[in-house]
Write a protein that binds this ligand. Structure first.
Ligand code: COA
Length: 374
């Protein structure tokens, strides 16, 4: 029998602070960033516009956008000392650990100091993330020490070109851009809450983001896209997927990429990335993974009344973009860094140390026993 959850478990449903950055699953609102619906942002905005809006409070006009893009471009270069550290991390390391170390090392080389330049620090970390992960990946897998500054206007284009060494198509760069928009912000999820707790102690931006990366790594959070890929790639037909998922459910296994702590009927990001996954599969001429995913989604709805969250079709979409599975969650980091940093700044602007109470369930009184008598 499932163990009954104690009152307050996981802080579910409790308001743990206030934010003007996003609404998640609120009746009549769905997912919005500063009031803009995710459906509209993923259709009309670039990731850089969204990041600017989250960090600076408004959608940029043309000159603000041009300046912001140039600034992010100028922040793509990595310090030599950071490159040396990345060169020492083995190719067998998990890329999330690489990002965690990379962000922390950047904090040693470029400490934030007082918070007077906090948005610059945020922009620098955001622009450095794609460089850190692709530099390490190419060095550890191909021995190439590359320059990470490129002329690409968007992070999506830059990332794909650094990762593969080839120019991405417009469609692929845009698909990545959209995925970063979908990942940019999401209320008080576990990693954002980690960043806010860290910020509430008046710690520095690098520590907040480093802690958030560690929290995002787990398969119940950002790691779900990687875990979902691990499952769907095992199936080579709809039939196999149907039987396989039913078997997993019978064995009481969790199916990664399904369910959500806040949404009850659907994850509004799912239909957006699902449409991209279909489109990408068709354009690369291989729709098997998409079809298998659809079958898994159908079985989960029928058997468990559970819906796919954004991580589920993100797996096939990223696969179609030629991205290695272990780099899926690092892409979540790149997108969410904008949201994390915006939350850190929001927390700092009206700070109270986050320190909840605990419900004690230990013994009333323990009697000391000498070591020789234990
Ligand atoms: N596969 C199978 N069963 C699932 C499930 C999944 N993905 N998600 C939830 N359930 C079931 C649980 O087993 C549990 O059943 P029980 O009451 O019989 O024990 C019930 O639904 C409630 O699950 P619980 O984990 O307590 O709900 P939650 O609200 O705390 O969970 C998640 C939210 C996201 C942690 C959970 O749905 C999950 O682990 N999903 C898979 C990981 C994932 O995709 N994470 C990314 C989130 S964006």
């Amino acid at each position: 029998m499932a163990k009954k959850k104690l009152e307050g478990a996981g802080l579910r449903g409790q308001v743990a602070g206030h934010t003007a950055l996003s609404t998640v699953g609120k009746a009549g609102k769905g997912l919005t960033y500063r009031g803009y619906a995710i459906e509209e942002l993923s259709e009309k905005a670039t990731f850089e516009e969204v990041a600017y809006m989250l960090l600076y409070g408004n959608l940029p006009n043309q000159s603000e956008y041009d300046n912001y893009s140039s600034k992010l471009k100028s922040y793509r270069k990595l310090p030599e000392e950071l490159k040396e550290v990345l060169q020492r991390i083995p190719g067998s390391a998990h890329p999330m650990d690489v990002l965690r170390t990379g962000c922390s090392m950047l904090g040693n080389l470029e400490p934030e100091g007082d918070f007077s330049n906090q948005s610059e620090t945020a922009d620098r970390i955001l622009a450095a993330m794609p460089s850190i992960i692709t530099y390490w990946y190419r060095f550890s897998h191909e021995g190439e020490s590359m320059e990470t500054e490129t002329d690409h206007l968007t992070i999506g284009g830059q990332f794909l070109s650094l990762l593969t060494g080839k120019e991405p198509s417009e469609e692929h760069a845009r698909a990545l851009d959209v995925s970063l928009i979908l990942y940019a912000e999401h209320g008080f999820n576990a990693s954002t809450f980690t960043a806010r707790i860290c910020a509430s102690t008046l710690s520095d931006m690098h520590s907040c983001i480093t802690g958030a990366i560690g929290t995002l790594r787990g398969p119940l959070h950002g790691g779900a896209n990687e875990a979902a890929m691990g499952m769907i790639e095992k199936f080579s037909s709809r039939e196999e997927a149907n039987e396989g998922v039913k078997r997993m459910l019978a064995n009481k296994e969790k199916i990664m990429g399904f369910g959500h702590a806040v949404y009850t009927n659907e994850d509004p990001r799912n239909k957006i990335i699902k449409a991209w996954s279909k489109k990408l599969g068709e354009s690369v001429g291989d729709t098997l993974l998409y079809e298998v995913s659809e079958e898994v989604e159908k079985v989960m709805a029928e058997e468990k009344n559970l819906f796919a969250n954004t991580d589920f079709y993100m797996a096939s979409a990223y696969h179609y973009l030629g991205i290695p599975t272990q780099i899926f969650t690092p892409l979540f980091v790149i997108g969410r860094t904008s949201g994390w940093a915006a939350n850190v700044m929001e927390q700092r602007a009206d700070n109270t140390l986050i320190r909840p109470s605990e419900g004690y369930i230990g013994p009333d009184k323990s009697d000391w026993v000498d070591m020789s008598d234990r």
